[in-house]
Write a protein that binds this ligand. Structure first.
Ligand code: OSB
Ligand code: MG
Length: 371
């Protein structure tokens, strides 16, 4: 399939909530939406990198420069046998998985649309709906935390993830567990601790958490393996897993008893599926993470989460939790903790172009491409 042209539209959207983690506060997103065109069809993806590198190293400005000057010129104007062939053509550029994921994911959508099949089928998914939980940011106080947990359990979410950081951990988790004895609870530290905090983290073992997500440094597998030996609660890796190779090394080391797969963090659907397959070979369950996506990235994540080893509830909660107005026309809403897979070819969502024009803050087109 030939990619004839590409367009990036950057939009700015306010979040419905203030999202606080151990690495900072987000109140809005600046979202680069990529449109790839060919055979009269369009394929979509979004970038999840942020202005400053708080989660991983990639930045919005750096990624968009790479997309405009490196990645799109390498793929526009060429005929691609399949998405794997396109992904292989991006290998010569080092790192930058989030930037590569934009291009690779948009092509998977375009490819699936050209086949007239839902993306989930083309990826090999086995479900029509995926189980979902919520990720709750750090709240102003304990009362607000308990209220937020109660509200989302009542809405049917199947697991509650609490963001923690040093000084906001054992006491809050203990109080939430006491009030909600049967809830599936997890915590996510976003790399806020060190191995020397092992004794403090081991106190969380008392609260029957499904897992502790990314307690230690974003680029450290070895210390996570050491920590795993000192905790009863499984460790789930997020930031540390940027590729199938990193996943294999983490699994071989015993650093991950669970993996949070984010398609955009690992460079796209092909690599996400390899991470999924490796984890399955090691008997390790995976779940679909999120990056506060709009309907475009959310739809991608939902399709990918239909693969068989996505057995734990993911973070792909209802779009209306995040956005007063989404960039896609279709509602992506969970019911009783299940998110239906959008129907139709490809992603099954369409862009609200009139809305995009209202919130647009930048963008560019790439038409010529490869010689
Ligand atoms: O660590 O999983 C994370 C959001 C942005 C960056 C990192 C993370 C998150 C979330 C929210 O936890 C997931 C979501 O609701 O999309
Ligand atoms: Mg996380």
């Amino acid at each position: 399939m030939k990619i004839e042209s590409a367009e990036v539209v950057v939009v700015e959207l306010p979040l419905n909530f203030r999202f606080e983690t151990s690495f900072g506060v987000q109140t809005h997103r600046t979202v680069p939406l990529l449109v790839l065109r060919g055979e009269g069809l369009e394929g979509y993806a979004e970038g999840v990198m942020t202005a400053l590198p708080g989660y991983r190293e990639e930045t919005l400005a750096g990624a968009l420069d790479l997309v405009e000057r490196g990645l799109l010129p390498a793929v526009v104007g060429r005929d691609w046998a399949n998405p794997e062939a396109l992904a292989a053509a991006l290998d010569r550029f080092r790192g930058n998985p989030m930037a590569k994921a934009m291009v690779e994911m948009a092509f998977w959508d375009l490819w699936a649309r050209s086949l007239g099949r839902p993306l989930k089928d083309v990826l090999g998914g086995v479900r029509d709906r995926v189980p979902v939980g919520v990720s709750l940011g750090i709240q102003p106080d304990l009362a607000a935390t308990l209220d937020a947990v109660a509200q989302h359990l009542e809405a049917g979410y199947r697991r509650i993830k609490l963001k923690i950081k040093p000084g906001w951990d054992v006491a809050v988790v203990g109080a939430v567990r006491e009030r909600f004895p049967d809830a599936h609870l997890t915590v996510d530290a976003n790399s806020a601790y060190r191995l020397s905090d092992a004794r403090r983290l081991a106190r969380l073992d008392a609260y029957d958490l499904d897992y502790i997500e990314q307690p230690l440094a974003y680029d450290d597998l070895l210390d996570h393996a050491r920590l795993a030996q000192r905790l009863a609660t499984p460790i789930c890796l997020d930031e540390s897993i940027t590729s199938a190779r990193a996943a294999r090394q983490a699994l071989e080391l015993g650093a991950a008893g669970v993996i949070n797969v984010k398609v955009a963090r690992v460079g796209g659907h092909g690599e996400a599926r390899r991470v999924h397959d490796l984890a399955r070979a090691f008997g390790v369950p995976v779940w679909m993470g999120g990056m506060l996506e709009t309907g475009v990235g959310r739809a991608h994540n939902i399709h990918a989460a239909t693969l068989a080893n996505f057995t734990l509830p993911g973070d792909t909660s209802s779009a209306s939790r995040y956005w007063a107005h989404d960039v896609v026309n279709e509602p992506l809403e969970a019911e009783a903790g299940w998110m239906p897979v959008p129907a139709g070819p490809g992603l099954g969502v369409t862009l609200d172009r009139a809305f995009l024009e209202r919130v647009r803050v930048g963008g560019f087109e790439v038409t010529g491409g490869a010689a």
